[in-house]
Write a protein that binds this ligand. Structure first.
Ligand code: FEO
Length: 175
C-alpha cells in the first residue's frame, strides 16, 4: 500500500476512536441527566464507531499492513446543553466525512482499488451518520428548552422513530 494512504488510514482511526470515546461520555452524561432514550442512542453510536475503526484495521491487516492505535484525549464530562451536545456530534460526523473523502481521493490517486472499495462503504455510511445527527439536532431545536419537548424527543429516540436512530444496534455496526 502507498505509504501516504497507509498514514492517512491510520490517522483516520483517531477520528473514529475519538468519536466512540466522546459518544460514550455523552451517553453517561445523558443518563445521569435522566434522558435514557438519548443515552441509549449515544451508546449505540459509540459502539458503531468502534466497528468503523475495526473495519479499517481489518483492511490493513488483510493487506499485510500495520494498524497503529492512536492516543485518545479524555472526552468532556459535561455539555452546556443538549443542543450543544448534538452540534458536537454533527461536527464530529462532518470531520469524519471530510477525512473519508480525502482518503478516497488518495486511494484514487494511487490506483488502490481495494482501498477504494473498502472506503466506499464509509461514503454511504457517512450520509446516514450526518443525516441522523442533523435530524436529532433539528428535533432538539424544535423542542426548544421546554422539559416536555425534550422528553418527547427522548421517547422518540428510545423507540427508534428518529431517522438514522435505530432502537437496536444494527448488524454490522451501522452507527
Ligand atoms: Fe464513524 Fe460516525 O463516523
Amino acid at each position: 500500500m502507498n505509504s501516504e494512504l497507509l498514514k492517512g488510514l491510520n490517522e483516520h482511526l483517531k477520528l473514529e476512536f475519538r468519536a466512540a470515546h466522546e459518544y460514550l461520555a455523552m451517553s453517561v452524561w445523558l443518563s445521569v441527566n435522566d434522558l435514557p432514550g438519548f443515552s441509549t442512542w449515544m451508546k449505540q453510536q459509540s459502539a458503531g464507531e468502534l466497528t468503523h475503526a475495526q473495519r479499517i484495521m481489518d483492511h490493513l491487516v488483510d493487506r499485510d499492513e500495520q494498524p497503529v492505535l492512536p492516543a485518545i484525549p479524555a472526552p468532556p464530562k459535561t455539555w452546556k446543553s443538549l443542543e450543544a451536545l448534538c452540534q458536537h456530534v454533527l461536527k464530529n460526523e462532518r470531520e469524519v466525512t471530510a477525512s473519508i473523502n480525502e482518503l478516497c481521493a488518495a486511494a484514487d490517486k494511487t490506483k488502490d482499488r481495494a482501498a477504494a472499495v473498502m472506503l466506499q462503504w464509509f461514503v454511504t455510511e457517512q450520509i446516514e451518520e450526518e443525516a441522523a445527527a442533523r435530524a436529532v439536532l433539528g428535533r432538539i431545536r424544535l423542542a426548544g428548552s421546554t422539559g416536555v419537548g425534550v422528553l418527547m424527543v427522548d421517547q422518540e429516540l428510545a423507540s427508534g422513530s428518529v431517522p438514522g436512530a435505530p432502537a437496536e444496534p444494527p448488524a454490522g455496526g451501522s452507527a
